[in-house]
Design a protein around this ligand. Structure first.
Ligand SMILES: [Zn+2]
Ligand SMILES: [Zn+2]
Length: 76
């Protein structure tokens, strides 16, 4: 009886990985610094208008590693 209970408990402890709700299992999510464009306004010139440069937060990749799952795409 005791052995039976132990095996049941072990089955429950077994970690179940669930898909990350934030990145939907992608492991990456859109960069918030540039809004997923990869570019940010680096300077505004009254004459020339806003100057766009590569986003320093995502390095122009448009996406960043998901902070919720750490890039795994799954959370335990
Ligand atoms: Zn960015
Ligand atoms: Zn995630």
């Amino acid at each position: 009886m005791i052995e039976f209970e132990r095996s049941q408990r072990q089955r429950k402890i077994e970690p179940t990985k669930r898909r990350c709700h934030r990145c939907h299992g992608q492991g990456r999510c859109a960069c918030h610094a540039c809004g997923g464009t990869g570019k940010v306004v680096t300077s505004r010139d009254v004459m020339k208008g806003p100057e766009m440069g590569r986003c320093t937060a995502c390095f122009g990749n448009k996406t960043r590693r998901c902070p919720n799952c750490g890039g795994e795409g799954f959370v335990t």
